[in-house]
Design a protein around this ligand. Structure first.
Ligand code: ADP
Ligand code: ADP
Length: 231
């Protein structure tokens, strides 16, 4: 099966009378194989989020194509893409306990209750929070909240998970530990993922391959080992 294919993608934001507008993504091409984790790495403002949002269907392409499984996504409505999203602030539902946060997407899919419970327990174990199901969201640390948000995003078994700076609100020590846990969780669930970050260590830890962006352009795509040897 084919994964994600981005070809010559351009994302532009319209200007005003005083400002000419921005080309946030400037003819970027990128492939992500099924089961692969690719990090989009680059400084703030280089276009990482814009590219991710275009893949998610939240931003229109000014040019180029994005396809998944060989199907042009322009023809696939956003709600039919079966992509998961995870942002810096996981935005858990404050009035649902941890288990029912994770179960949310399964409820939406009409998955039977017993299957929901089994899957929720399994996902909480995957993210290192076994037994946390009945906990109130307000009692969790920042890192625990992002783990729950990851479990919730994975619950519906998305064909592609798009993560936008998911660890950036956490302190450095925690980020390093969570980067390893996120990688292990994505691998053990076989999830295809694009992970946006401005942090080299995080990108090198999480990804099978790292796509380096600057000023809207993709500079190189390589394995962490290769990039470490020739920075
Ligand atoms: P990154 O995720 O790498 O920080 P972004 O994709 O957020 O970069 O931004 C790329 C460029 O596009 C920046 O110059 C930013 O100011 C601009 N930009 C992002 N979002 C918008 C928007 N909604 N309207 C106008 N310009 C935007
Ligand atoms: P416990 O873990 O206390 O033995 P359960 O097996 O009922 O209790 O619940 C396991 C997990 O499933 C908990 O996280 C709980 O919040 C969640 N859960 C319970 N009922 C449901 C339901 N109907 N749908 C989805 N998740 C549920």
């Amino acid at each position: 099966a084919e994964g994600l294919t981005v070809r010559d993608a351009v994302v532009r934001y319209e200007g005003t009378r005083r400002d000419a507008g921005t080309t946030a993504v400037d003819h970027v091409s990128l492939d992500v194989a099924v089961g692969e984790i690719v990090a989009l790495l680059g400084p703030s403002g280089c276009g990482k989020s814009s590219l991710l949002r275009a893949v998610a269907g939240l931003e229109p392409l000014a040019a180029g194509t994005v396809s998944f499984g060989g199907q042009d996504l322009v023809r696939v409505p956003v709600h039919r893409r079966e992509f998961g999203l995870l942002f810096q602030d996981g935005q858990l539902f404050p009035h649902r306990d941890v288990g029912r946060n994770v179960a949310y997407g399964l409820e939406m899919q009409g998955v039977p209750a017993a299957e929901q419970r089994a899957r929720v327990a399994e996902l909480l174990e995957d993210v290192g929070l076994a037994g946390y199901g009945r906990r109130a969201v307000a009692t969790l640390s920042g890192g625990e909240k992002q783990r729950v948000a990851l479990a919730r995003a994975l619950a519906p078994r998305p064909r592609l998970l798009l993560l936008d700076e998911p660890l950036s609100a956490l302190d450095r020590q925690l980020r390093e530990k969570l980067a390893i846990d996120v990688r292990d969780t994505l691998r053990s669930t076989g999830t295809t993922a694009v992970f946006v970050t401005h942090d080299h260590t995080e990108a090198f830890t999480v990804a099978d391959r790292v796509a380096v962006m600057d000023a809207g352009r993709l500079l190189q795509v390589d394995t962490p080992d290769t990039l470490r040897d020739r920075p």
